[in-house]
Design a protein around this ligand. Sequence first.
Ligand code: 6R9
Length: 638
Amino acid sequence: MSQDGALETLLHEDRVFRPLPQMVIEANANPQTLDNARRQAAEDPLAYWEEAAKELEWFKKWDKVLDESDAPFYKWFTGAKCNIVHNALDRHIKTGNKNKLAIIWEGEAGDSRKMTYFELYRAVNKFANALRSLGVQKGDRVMLYMPPLPETVIAMLATAKVGAIHTMVFAGFSAKAMRDRISDAQPKVIITADGFYRNGRAVHLKSLVDESLMGPDCDSVETVVVVHRANVQVEMQEARDLWYEELVRAESSESPTESMDSEDMLFLLYSSGTTGKPKGIVHTHGGYQVGINRTLNWVFDIKPTDIFWCTADAGWITGHSYVVYGPLIAGTTTVIFEGHPLYPQADRVWDLIAKYGVTVLYTAPTLVRMLMRFGTQYPKKHDLSSLRILGSVGEPINPEAWVWMYKNIGRSECPLVDTWWQTETGSIMISPLPVSVLKPGSCTKPLPAIEADVVDEKGNPVPPGKGGLLIIRKPWPSMVRTLFKDPERYKKTYWEKIPGVYLAGDMARKDEDGYIWIQGRSDDVMNIAGHRLGSAELESALVAHKAVAEAAAIGIPDKIKGEVAKAFVTLREGFDASDDMVKELKIHIRNELGPVAIVKTIEFRDKLPKTRSGKIMRRVLKAEELGQDVGDISTLED
Ligand code: 6R9
């Protein structure tokens, strides 16, 4: 989205929405709790986090809450022993949650599976034993290339249970993207499915794993475990490939949970950065669980009777934190849907809410805008009265979409919490609680102990109303620990541009009330339908095509997806700029990066604007495209 454009629409937004009195009376954290927590955290943030950590079970208590001796490589709850799976699963078996539904899953065709905590516990134990039998040990990487299935949750938990590290690759990524991640993460095992259903079709997955394993640097992979789902033809390679169902059949349904150091790695999740190489974001067992537990209980006000539906795919951080670990730690029921939200028609989301009595719906602006197009005819056909809280994440939500959702889905009663956070932050950072005063389009204020601010390039706070860089001044437990195999890049990207503070990479402004309005990324990262895609990734995919000499990619505003990519391409000698070439390049991009990389237009140019040092000036292309002032072009080549 254009930052200026965003600023303009948002500046005119002055509507305010207040919670119903009943919400405030019953809330896990009411305005008083929040005020007290803010005050306490301002004086002693570590005491605040220590209290939050005490809501969970630890095998051994920490010696120290925060170890800053090697900053910015902060360590949390050092000396403690724990395992996130103990809190997400094991401990529920001894409580009233034992026979409660952990997962409600629905396939695209309408088939459904439900699992209690006890059933999930047993399934995880069986698979944990199977992983051990495959030689998976503490610290090994296990890659998941999985559609939304209960087995996806089982595989994540089983991996963590044995002390291994899961790294999930979104099923919409290409074989090539997976290969890059395999060569970086060096997993011992890959877990996948034969395929899954999306938009009425069976999508193949296993064949993409086969393709990616043909590349170099993939020797680490000893076993590929395949879950039956779509009955599509797969080739099983002997000695390497095993069916999940056969593998777990004879395993015992008890399995010990590995005792981990608080700072042991839990997962690795790749996210787009400003270079072509995705960043391997590292999260750990101890601090991560503290962040998601607190935010789920406060921001989504989880109650024993809730049915929680976060529409994200488990392959993204939102899925890790708020489809899998958060809801399970909270002991609530998490809803997982396999298919496309408009399949077979545009009321699928409303149908699911009504069918399962969903009480909390956490979704993305791009989906809201997509559903809005169909008006209110579909939601009106379904009983949505179970809903009590709505949430948004992934990109700025435009006030129109916010108000539409609030009125037509939330009956002007359900608070819509706009939650800002990132793969790097692990859990929600800036967000209202359901009891807060809401302004559509603003994620309101930082949660307690999160010292977020808007500053200029030197790190000085900017006055209200003025745009600047979003930073966080103090570390927090669920923060990224480092970038896998690249600690230097971690320091440089987040902690050195403005020394000593965490630089989020977003532009924002604060209003007179201290409310924060996110304007979009400040770097060359696009946000397409809530998914991050680096300009550099798209460009390197393009130049990998034989016809392309140079490429520049920018994000341009889109009514539904927030942003889509436009690519400017110069061709090599002997290739013609034609419609066929556009088609060919679009297919090429899809093969390289997968369907997440949505390139709307490809424009051919004789040359691209560059600085004298040879850097492509995407900013100039973007300004031209949007009919804006191109700004300072003194460094332009000619
Ligand atoms: C959780 C997640 C992070 C980037 C972030 C920002 C954008 C996320 C937002 C938001 C405005 C919100 N973003 N939530 N922008 N309002 N409520 O999305 O993680 O995939 O790492 O993306 O998404 O630009 O920097 P991730």
